[in-house]
Design a protein around this ligand. Structure first.
Ligand SMILES: Nc1ncnc2c1ncn2[C@@H]1O[C@H](COP(=O)(O)OP(=O)(O)O)[C@@H](O)[C@H]1O
Ligand code: SF4
Ligand SMILES: [Mg+2]
Length: 371
């Protein structure tokens, strides 16, 4: 399988209607992502490579983020979270769609304007060691983006700023002379945060920033990111595969399944009243502190694995695994639709499922599972 930097014209999605129904934050948003699509070509052949299909990694995704807000993006591994973050950051050119950041559509800017706009968008990755140059001192690592973007005229100003940033992320000014390998995973994530803040961004994509850290350290880094948000007003797209991790940092949460957002709601609303069957299943696996509620809860076990995004199931992509699936689900795609309280859900039967108490009926029929 290889990728191409030039997405072909025939890769446009068949869908698109649900685009701009973003609930709370669509107008005047810091970031407005509209009908974002990213397909990767699947190729075969050793000498002459032929395209034999597409990996539909992100397929018609729309959301917006306000200044100072955190949108959590959750879903199982492979559902398209990183590809969404990369496409928003323009690290991977989107196949189609719009990314409007601070009022400008990044896809329509020329390279130098895009570079300027990109300064205000930064990224923190899952693996802080892999993303920090091991041959550079921490001071140089944090100083480099300021130098590239010509943010502080003199070297002294940049050095002073490095010291300030180290203190801001809970490290000491003398750490500037050290190298990445001398730090723990949590400290390296603090260095990554300092480097991203060096260029005074208004938005940071945090792609699983705590997934590689010990549980005890995860809370420290999440608290650090929250504290930085309170002080600096930066907005986050906070990506995680685990619903536990996103709850306390997110204002709103988008749940992804196989390249699509299936539910988008305020953080508390999503946890207290999940509407989409997939969200219900994910949440049923998250332990609850109250032992009484915990013993009464029913775990929803989904049959099978996540299907391949190369040949996703028809209509509702979740239908082969959904305990509530009906014939309509395999024929007609449920659009992400605004429902009460400004939240959105993509399921034909969310209301009936809620009215029936959310207890799964029998397993989906074999015909539906076959997709
Ligand atoms: N460069 C690429 N070329 C081909 N397929 C890719 C590429 N990057 C990601 N994919 C595929 O796109 C899908 C989504 O991947 P990704 O966005 O990394 O998911 P997540 O971050 O949710 O785990 C996966 O099936 C993955 O294999
Ligand atoms: S549309 Fe049908 S298959 Fe899809 S989540 Fe809703 S009930 Fe399940
Ligand atoms: Mg990922």
């Amino acid at each position: 399988m290889t990728t191409s930097a030039h997405p072909p014209a025939d890769a446009a999605p068949a869908t698109g209607a649900a685009a701009n129904a973003n609930g709370a934050a669509s107008n005047g948003a810091l970031l407005d992502v509209r009908q974002l699509v990213k397909y990767f070509p699947v190729t075969r052949g050793a000498i002459i490579r032929r395209r034999v299909g597409w990996v539909r990694a992100v397929d018609d995704v729309s959301f917006s983020i306000s200044a100072g807000e955190t949108l959590g993006l959750v879903g199982e591994s492979g559902c398209g979270k990183t590809t969404t973050g990369n496409a928003v950051m323009q690290l991977e050119p989107p196949t189609s769609g719009e990314v409007v950041f601070e009022g400008r559509n990044l896809l329509k800017l020329d390279p130098s304007e895009r570079r300027k706009a990109r300064r205000r968008m930064q990224m923190i990755f899952q693996d802080p060691y892999g993303s920090l140059n091991p041959r550079m001192s921490v001071g140089k690592i944090i100083e480099e983006p300021m130098y590239v973007h010509r943010l502080h005229a003199s070297r002294k100003e940049r050095r002073d700023r490095v010291r300030e940033l180290l203190e801001l992320v809970g490290l000491s000014p003398w750490h500037a002379a050290r190298y990445p390998h001398e730090f723990s995973g949590g400290q390296r994530q603090r260095i990554a945060a300092a480097r991203s803040l060096a260029v005074e961004p208004s938005f940071i994509v945090c792609d699983e920033p705590v997934s590689a850290l010990d549980v005890s350290i995860q809370a420290q880094i999440i608290n650090l990111l929250r504290g930085l948000q309170d002080r600096l007003g930066v907005a986050y797209l906070f990506i995680a595969h685990d619903l536990k991790v996103v709850r306390h940092i997110s204002n709103r949460i988008a749940v992804m399944y196989l390249g699509k957002i299936v539910e988008l709601a305020g953080s508390d609303g999503l946890y207290d009243r999940p509407l989409h069957p997939y969200t219900r299943a994910l949440l049923s696996a998250v332990p609850v502190a109250d032992p009484e509620i915990e013993t009464r809860r029913k775990r929803i076990i989904l049959p099978g694995d996540v299907p391949s995004p190369v040949n996703p199931p028809s209509a509702c992509r979740f239908h082969p695994r959904c305990p509530w699936a009906q014939a309509r689900c395999a024929d007609e795609e449920p659009k992400l639709t605004a429902v009460d309280g400004g939240r959105q859900v993509a399921c034909h039967f969310w209301r009936e499922i809620e009215d029936s108490g959310g207890v799964p009926p029998v397993a989906p029929s074999e015909a539906l599972r076959a997709g």
